[in-house]
Design a protein around this ligand. Structure first.
Ligand SMILES: [Ca+2]
Ligand SMILES: [Ca+2]
Length: 266
């Protein structure tokens, strides 16, 4: 027999999130550039439907805000299970807004997820949710401490930019990277596999250089690109010359170290 579902089993919570991306952040202005939006344009529909995210949300871009940097994906986890997801738009000032431009992004929690029985989705105490923040070609992070939505009347304020200690870490490096006085998500995950590296199996340099459109040509420049290979998020795909993506990956993100590997810390 199908279990009836009370609407109260699916509470909606709000997140006011501040987060910065290494690819775009400029410490002189304390803002992120919007070159991807300006040069290539953003997809109308949220871009996290494919691997590895498989988020099937129907968010559609319906505002024309020149300060939009890119789409982000936010998730709530409890007990190790995914309990809710939403796509939002990141503004140059680090604020995540919903598709209508509101700085509160709502997430329906305890929504049924794949392979999880409804009976297992009992409402949990409001202090057991961890927020995971994802971007297409940056390493994801999660909050170190559970979010107590009850303390915020259901609308939590989460600022990941002023302290690395806000994010969970299990490696000998922080999950975010400091640029100036601001902590940002780490860039360079071209193949979106949760690791940033230029050497070894499944490395991001190969994922960039072997892009079929670049055709193995060092001098190729592809314009108006909305791809994870666009490491510095300027809408251009290039691996040589000024502001090229390979340089950003190898030198800015990995500090010129062939052996450095940054892993997602979730
Ligand atoms: Ca990678
Ligand atoms: Ca680029």
């Amino acid at each position: 027999m199908e279990q009836s579902i009370n609407a109260q089993q699916y509470p909606t919570v709000g997140i006011r999130l501040k987060v910065f991306l290494q690819a775009c952040y400029n410490p002189a202005t304390h803002k992120m550039h919007t070159e991807l939006h300006n040069n290539a344009g953003l997809p109308a529909k949220q871009p996290y439907s494919g691997s590895p995210w498989f988020y099937n949300g129907s968010e559609v871009l319906d505002l024309n805000d020149p300060e939009i940097v890119d789409w982000m994906l936010v998730e709530l986890y409890a007990g190790g299970f995914l309990r809710g997801q939403a796509a939002g738009l990141l503004r140059s000032d680090g604020n995540l807004v919903n598709t209508g431009g509101n700085p509160v992004v709502h997430i329906v929690v305890d929504k049924e997820v794949a392979n999880t029985a409804v009976s297992d989705l009992n409402p949990l105490p409001p202090d057991t949710y961890y927020l995971v923040v994802r971007h297409r070609n940056h390493l994801p992070v999660r909050t170190k401490y559970p979010i107590k939505f009850a303390d915020y009347q259901g609308e939590a304020v989460v600022n990941l930019s002023f302290d690395a200690g806000n994010c969970f870490s299990n490696q000998d490096y922080t999950s975010t990277v400091q640029i100036g006085s601001t902590w940002c998500l780490r860039a360079g995950d071209v193949n979106s596999d949760g690791q940033v590296k230029v050497n070894g199996a499944n490395n991001d340099q190969n994922a960039l250089v072997n892009d079929p459109a670049l055709n193995g040509l060092l001098s190729s420049v592809l314009q108006d690109q909305y791809k994870t290979q666009d490491v510095n998020m300027d809408g251009l795909l290039k691996q040589s010359g000024p502001k090229n993506d390979l340089d950003f990956l190898a030198n800015k993100v990995l500090g010129g170290s062939l052996s450095m590997v940054y892993k997602a810390q979730l």
